[in-house]
Design a protein around this ligand. Structure first.
Ligand code: NDP
Length: 313
């Protein structure tokens, strides 16, 4: 089966749905494929309190349902299915869905997001939503005057630790090496912060707690003669060991940065291929917020609309 559409949106987080709202209102008759995780990363968070327009807060899944309904109200065709291959060397572009069939599209908006990296220990799953988080900006508020730990020694970890120090009473950074990888300025910021204690050469073995996280089992100097087990008491455990942009199928098709994020031509959402746009976390290693993703989804739909109109498509 092959079908041609004017605007194909891949991904269903805030960026994809916002692109669908704008594209459908501009009569681009967009088709959106939801991907593996309909609703995106927000469906794994609990309360969203920082998205403007929800003064009482809203759960991530409910908010994504609202986004979806708003897109459908203007005729966006939202479908289950995952893009498994693309060919952007031709016009119209070709996108394979579920390894089964191909869709041709005059424009493609990529909103496939990024996935936070986890350590891979079973307790991360056991305490999901009960003290384990991969987003300090999203969940830090719940730890006011409490004690938290941040895993990682890069810029994200330093930034998250600094942010959390404005809320929590104590912030531990769990760093596996004897130094931080973060930029000098970020290192200085955490080192000079009296609320932050950096535990160098510590690895996480597990978490403990009756009804949610109450602490972390650590090992200091793993594999060395003076290896030592240490427990710390914390209420929140934040992962900040990096994100994977979901760009595997775009390798060799689009210009990506050294980590794999899609390069866009700032301030637009244009990628290295005409007619292909990127919005949301897939092209943003820096902000990664629902509201910033929604903003770029809007821009991508406007970029697609201008391209179609210029080409008379
Ligand atoms: P990074 O890859 O830079 O750092 C990841 C950190 O997590 C490293 O300290 C790494 O340790 C540690 N880590 C990775 N895996 C594990 C594990 N299994 N167990 C314990 N620790 C682990 O990721 P970031 O998200 O920090 O940054 C990504 C990019 O975004 C960077 O280029 C960064 O500079 C940029 N960025 C810039 C910001 C800014 O300019 N304000 C803010 C945030 C990010 P190790 O060092 O031992 O490998």
């Amino acid at each position: 089966m092959s079908k041609k559409v004017r605007c194909l949106i891949i991904g269903s987080g805030p960026a994809g749905y916002t692109a669908a709202i704008y594209a459908s209102r501009a009569n681009l008759e967009p088709v959106l494929y939801e991907g593996m995780q309909p609703g995106g990363q927000l469906t794994t968070t609990t309360e969203v309190e920082n998205f403007p327009g929800y003064p009482e807060g809203i759960t991530g899944p409910e908010m994504m349902e609202d986004f979806k309904k708003q897109a459908q109200r203007y005729g966006a065709d939202i479908r289950m299915g995952r893009a498994t291959a693309v060919d952007f060397s031709v016009s119209p572009k070709k996108v394979t869905i579920d390894n089964e069939f191909e869709i041709e599209a005059d424009t493609v908006i990529i909103s496939t997001g990024a996935t936070a990296k986890y350590l891979g220990i079973p307790d991360e799953t056991k305490y999901a939503g009960q003290g384990v988080s991969a987003c300090a900006t999203c969940d830090g508020f719940f730890y006011r005057n409490k004690s938290v730990a941040v895993v990682g020694g890069g810029d994200t970890a330093c930034e998250e630790a600094t942010y959390l120090s404005g809320l929590a009473s104590k912030v531990y950074m769990i760093v596996r090496k004897d130094h931080l990888r973060a930029s000098q300025i970020m290192q200085e910021r955490v080192m000079n912060n009296p609320k932050i204690e950096i535990l160098f050469e510590h690895n996480t073995l597990g978490l403990f707690g009756e009804n949610g996280v109450e602490g972390v089992h650590l090992v200091k100097r793993l594999g060395e003669p003076d290896e030592e087990k240490v427990d710390i008491a914390v209420d929140g455990f934040f992962l900040a060991i990096g994100h994977h942009p979901n760009t595997d199928i775009f390798k060799g098709q689009l210009e990506l940065d050294s980590v794999g994020y899609i390069e866009t031509k700032h301030p637009s959402t244009h990628t290295s291929v005409e007619g292909v746009y990127a919005s949301g976390d897939v092209a943003d290693s820096l902000y990664r917020q629902a509201v910033t993703a929604a903003g770029t989804g809007c821009r991508a739909a406007m970029d697609a609309e201008r391209y179609l109109s210029e080409k008379g498509l």
